[in-house]
Design a protein. Structure first.
Length: 335
């Protein structure tokens, strides 16, 4: 027994060391957990303080404002003039009907507002595809001028028209057929489009189409099935082509494409809304050089410039370009 005593002591010491390490590790974990909890509490306090400060600032701004209500509303589009009707309504806290004169300063114009039941209003056309800015409101009472600074930026294209994003998932394979000087692309992918508008304002969609272009000419146009809304919240589908908030459509495509040497095949998604306006997004593209190999420079150009899936061009019901650019699919020059 005495002979084995040193070994037993050594084993006991090792065991105690292991237990100590486990205990220390456990203490470290507790310390980390406490630090995380303290950091979380500190973050919560900062957020609460920030929210409180914003609430106080909002109340102070409301108290300091000359207005009890101010609103804007977009009306009818004029695609020929590329404008949209804007109605601005303001209700001063203190005013005397027949005495108070209210003037709205928008862009470079000073616009007199007329007294209506809901307040003082003015309706005017503003550019649809460029931003406008409401600078201030002036109230004149018997020679006394009061000014409300507003600095309100208006982006009618984002606020009036539905916003659209295109994308695609899947893959492709291909082969070079030198004798016929073409690249045969085997496409197996799904094209998606996401359409939304802020603040729950309803929007209408007439049709969604996948457009295949090659050599600068349209090869095919395939309609999406608008009854296939993917993961769209059913509450956003209002019926009769009307939607709100956000809606998604998908179109699976498995087909063979012949791309001549030196040419590019491009897929766009066209969304026509209920006003007849057609919104075009880039979905994907495949370019071939003069030897039938992948032309990465052209593909990179298309994907870098338009691969975000946002609207790149908007057309009226007659096909005239209202906004954006068109791309020459052959040499990637803008025209």
């Amino acid at each position: 027994m005495k002979k084995h005593l040193p070994t037993l002591i050594a084993l006991f010491a090792c065991l105690m060391a292991v237990l100590s390490l486990i205990h220390v590790a456990d203490l470290h974990e507790q310390v980390r957990s406490l630090r995380h909890e303290l950091d979380q509490q500190d973050s919560n306090l900062r957020n609460e303080f920030s929210s409180f400060r914003m609430s106080v600032n909002d109340r102070l701004e409301q108290q300091a404002s000359l207005l009890s209500d101010f609103s804007i509303e977009y009306g009818e589009l004029d695609t020929a003039a590329r404008t949209v009707a804007l109605t601005v309504t303001a209700l001063p806290k203190e005013h005397t009907p027949g005495v108070t004169e209210v003037t709205l300063h928008l862009n470079d114009a000073a616009l007199p507002m007329t007294r209506q039941e809901e307040g003082y209003t003015v309706t005017l056309p503003i550019p649809l595809f460029t931003d406008s800015r409401i600078h201030r409101l002036e109230l004149m009472d018997n020679g006394t001028l009061r000014t409300e600074q507003l600095d309100w930026n208006l982006s009618p294209r984002q606020e009036k028209l539905p916003q659209i994003f295109a994308s695609s998932t899947g893959g492709w394979t291909g082969r070079i057929e030198s004798e016929e000087e073409k690249f045969v692309l085997e496409l197996d992918t799904v094209f998606y489009v996401d359409i939304f508008r802020d603040e729950g304002i309803p929007f209408g969609i007439e049709k969604v189409e996948l457009v295949e272009m090659c050599q600068g000419k349209e090869r095919s146009r395939t309609a999406f099935d608008l009854s296939e809304t993917g993961g769209t919240d059913p509450a956003n589908i209002l019926g009769d082509g009307l939607y709100r908030n956000d809606v998604n459509f998908g179109l699976p495509v498995a087909k063979q494409l012949d791309i001549p040497f030196g040419e590019t095949a491009v897929f766009y998604i066209d969304v026509t809304d209920d006003t007849g306006i057609r919104h075009r997004c880039f979905a994907d593209g495949f370019a071939v050089d003069e030897n039938g190999r992948s032309n990465d420079a052209v593909i990179d150009f298309l994907r870098m410039n338009w691969g975000g899936g946002e609207v790149m061009a908007i057309y009226d019901e007659n096909g005239s370009l209202l906004y954006g650019v068109e791309v020459d699919e052959k040499d990637s020059l803008l025209r």
